[in-house]
Design a protein around this ligand. Structure first.
Ligand code: 13P
Length: 288
């Protein structure tokens, strides 16, 4: 199956009261583990690529070529969107050119009028090409690949301005943070989420910072209109722990345990387990 825009899968998720996971990819192992898990569980999936990860993988063209070829070679039949995560204005055009099926323009650090103007331009480009577009208002706290946010909650009026432009999905800051949550984190602001939902109506909402959010908060967020949840750090931590265990147990020293296909196998399995657990919580299993 060819890459698809995220529009249809997110509208179905919104109507069906579940969320589609966006799992960020870093390399071949990540991509393979996520695609295989989605196929096995019959779940739609969004592969997220930050600009830093795109650069690490030598460029967005490499990423798009790898993902498209892997979908074909692995016989993936569930809907897969390849999505730029927290894109800059230039990054959006690079990904459009490279063949991504979904784009996020993160203009949240601009004054609202500039965010509106740039998002509006990208809405028309993406609509023309049949790509989905995510926009952001407010800021996701913490740091992801050099994108630093203070974590301020979105202004519902500003959310309406951006939603009215016709974006496919909207990320609104509701106290969510990239990376691990601090012990004194007050939790998601459901007050903000409800106020945003009231202003933007049926627009599928996106929850960034999916790592470490308690299940009850995830479920409540879904009930209030969240249809896409982004997870990155949790897969990285799972991969790290499994790889550390393999090495600490000295398995890389036995026989051909140094073979990268063996060395990276426990980490790849850990990513699969992490994606499965998230898909169960998000309710996307069997929805492909
Ligand atoms: P986490 O790294 O906290 O899971 O956040 C991922 C994310 O929001 C990607 O945009």
């Amino acid at each position: 199956m060819a890459l698809v825009s995220a529009k249809e899968m997110l509208e179905k998720a919104r109507d069906g009261k579940y969320a589609v996971g966006q799992f960020n990819i870093n390399n071949l192992e990540w991509t393979k583990s996520i695609l295989q898990t989605a196929e096995e569980l019959r779940s739609p999936v969004i592969l997220g690529v930050s600009e830093g990860a795109g650069k690490y993988m030598t460029g967005f063209k490499t990423v798009a070529a790898m993902v498209k070829a892997m979908i074909e070679c692995l016989n993936i039949t569930v809907p897969v969107a390849l999505h730029l995560d927290h894109g800059t204005y230039d990054g959006c055009y690079k990904c459009i050119d490279a063949g991504f099926s979904s784009i996020m323009f993160d203009g949240s650090h601009f004054p609202i009028d500039e965010n509106v103007a740039k998002t509006k331009e990208l809405v028309s480009v993406c609509n023309h090409l049949g790509l989905s577009l995510e926009a952001e208002v407010g800021a996701i706290g913490g740091e992801e690949d050099g994108v630093i946010g203070k974590g301020e909650c979105a202004d519902p009026e500003e959310c309406k301005k951006i939603a009215d432009l016709g974006v496919t999905m909207l990320a609104a800051g509701i106290g969510n943070i990239h990376g691990k949550y601090p012990a004194d984190w007050p939790g998601l602001s459901f007050e903000t989420l409800a106020a945003v939902k009231e202003k933007v109506g049926n627009m599928p909402l996106v929850l960034h910072g999916g790592t470490g959010i308690p299940t009850d908060m995830i479920k409540k967020a879904i009930s209030l209109g969240v249809a896409k949840i982004n997870v990155n750090t949790e897969c990285q931590l799972a991969f790290q722990a499994a790889t550390r265990k393999y090495v600490e147990e000295g398995k890389d020293l036995v026989g051909k345990g140094f073979d990268p296909r063996k060395l990276l196998a426990p980490g790849a399995q850990a990513i699969k387990d992490c994606v499965k657990e998230k898909m169960e919580i998000f309710g996307s299993i069997g929805k492909a």
